[in-house]
Design a protein around this ligand. Sequence first.
Ligand SMILES: Cc1cc2nc3c(=O)[nH]c(=O)nc-3n(C[C@H](O)[C@H](O)[C@H](O)COP(=O)(O)OP(=O)(O)OC[C@H]3O[C@@H](n4cnc5c(N)ncnc54)[C@H](O)[C@@H]3O)c2cc1C
Length: 659
Amino acid sequence: MTSGSAGSGTRVAIIGMGPRGISVLERIAVHAADTGRRVHVLAIDRTEVGAGRVWRTGQPDWFAMNTVAGQVTMYSADRDGGPDRPGHGPSLAEWLAEHPDPRLAAIGPDGYAPRAAYGRYLREVYGNLLDRLPAGMSVESVTGHVEAVRLGTDGTFSVEIASAAHTRTAWADHVVLATGHPLIDPAATMRDLERHATRHPQLRLLAGDSAADMPLDSIGPGETVGVIGLGLSFYDVLLTLTVGRGGRFEETERGLRHVPGGGEPRVVAGSRSGLPIPARGVNQKASNHVHSAVVFTADRVRAHRDETDGADAPLNFRRHVMPFIQAEIDHRYLTLLVRDTLGPAPSERFAELHAQYLENGQPTGPLRRSFGLPGDATLDLEALARPFAGRTFTDPQHFRAALLSLLRADIAEAKRGTLNGPIKAALDVLRDIRNTVRDLVDFGGLDPASRRDDFENWYVPINALLSAGPPLERSEQLIALIEAGVVTVIGPRARFTAARQRFVLSSPDVFGARVEATALVDARIPQPNLRYDRSPLYRQLLADGIAREFVVPGVGGHAPYPTGGLDVTRAPYRVIDRSGRAVPGLYALGLPTEHVRWFNQIGNGRPGLKTLFLRDADAIAEAIIAAPAAQAAAVKELTAVTPIATADVDTDRVAATAH
Ligand SMILES: Cc1cc2nc3c(=O)[nH]c(=O)nc-3n(C[C@H](O)[C@H](O)[C@H](O)COP(=O)(O)OP(=O)(O)OC[C@H]3O[C@@H](n4cnc5c(N)ncnc54)[C@H](O)[C@@H]3O)c2cc1C
């Protein structure tokens, strides 16, 4: 289906029409309106154009967002009294409030919408864009899988799209890769378990995709199923296997109670920490809340590095960055502890003095003590993320009791909120400071060993566990399921092995914790890694040398670190080819670029703020609208130095009808 009319003009292919692709389209429409440039966009998605895979509209309502509705918008600016159109429109909360379905209208700005509802909002945004395109702009919506993008010597791209009915090739001057979460080859990451499942056809190993996209209906009632991972996707699996099997939760005086539907399997789950992802604090922040840093700024971190190791030294995350992050978190934590014990006025005084001490680099122990706190009081992230580390449990009941009491304590903290509760408010700082972290670590900002060991293998998982949790209702449901005997958490340092004709789950820290299962679900959201990516498109881009893996260069005796991410330039995020040159006209944003630019798991802008989500899309749209002539010149220069594969299009396979 084509909307609008462009005639001859710049041709753009956007691959992936989830939130990132829609955002680029919105900004192209705004820039096209401003400049009068003619542009034709091919909007391609293999799942659902205008919603995407994560937010597809057909999924059950028990899959919920974990961002509150008031903090979500897809428009680059709020409503302005005119019609909803490229540039202006309602936030998700405003859209929900006007919704005819009373259950959706009741969600409110601090509530969590079903993912399918956000998908319907996205579809409406997409529809509004198409209905109100500027003169000279057209959009063709194509449901299909892009299997290859080839660069011709004239600087244009051929885009090979396979759909249910046929394969077609389209030509584009610009291609935007907004492909989101990868599909990972499970054999690459779980080879032994995969082999075991292949040898024993009665076993099922479900892995390499989001839980919502896995065939969980193959797990029978009463069957024992193992689940790897206790993060956000774990809850998707749980709800599918319980609420999705006719079960429900009932309010009682003691909390929620699970009422079985009869179709539930027995779920046994585990992870390295043994801790289900803690709940998010109840939101108390306005959607346009901006954190004002007390001590953690990129300039301070770099100055500290200059002083301690010299200006030429690469940044080390633990040594140079983490002390400032810890101080920033502790400032919020301690201030709220003082408020709890001494009241608001002393807490304000403490905050003022503590900020001054930090600013001057003075030891803060004496100040803490003078306000009744232990001199070394701190919010220990490691202890919060690994509460069972070093502990052993006499039997599974012992661990179960410890886990339930920890979950209940976490819910109590979450209820105190993101501004008032000392722990959850301090952990929310981890979200507030993401842009400063990005400033320091992006584009190879850390030394390669520190990038791998301190950042990717330590900070990133701890940060995700402690600051990206689900609404507290999920923890309440988990408690009900554990109490009902439907769910067992096996214990810390969970092991998943194969024995005879079963999968085996065990924990070395819980005496007697060993369970056999006939199905195993990997509920970890696959991380981007080009080496394990099943996508024919990325395999082809790498094979043709139009793209390459991002490698943190070796410095000061540290070996280079190949990250598995797609290499891109700074804004407008052009893809970098095998020889290290930016490919004019080829852009990538979001998840595929995760290792160059940290934290792309964002599917929305925020009302009233020019967030990075919006700015990323805008930079690409602006470059596309400004580029046509410049791009052709740049391609000539590029091809003169580095021959790039010519277009290799099988014209016999071409059929030019879009869906
Ligand atoms: C289960 C789950 C829950 C999440 N919940 C939240 C949340 O509550 N809040 C939040 O902010 N973030 C959440 N996220 C993070 C998520 O990354 C973002 O919200 C958002 O979806 C990212 O947008 P995107 O457009 O980059 O990627 P996606 O939404 O993944 O969209 C990319 C699209 O590209 C398509 N595609 C990929 N390759 C091709 C190809 N070769 N040809 C054609 N089409 C292709 C895919 O089908 C997909 O529709 C969640 C992620 C997952 C997996």
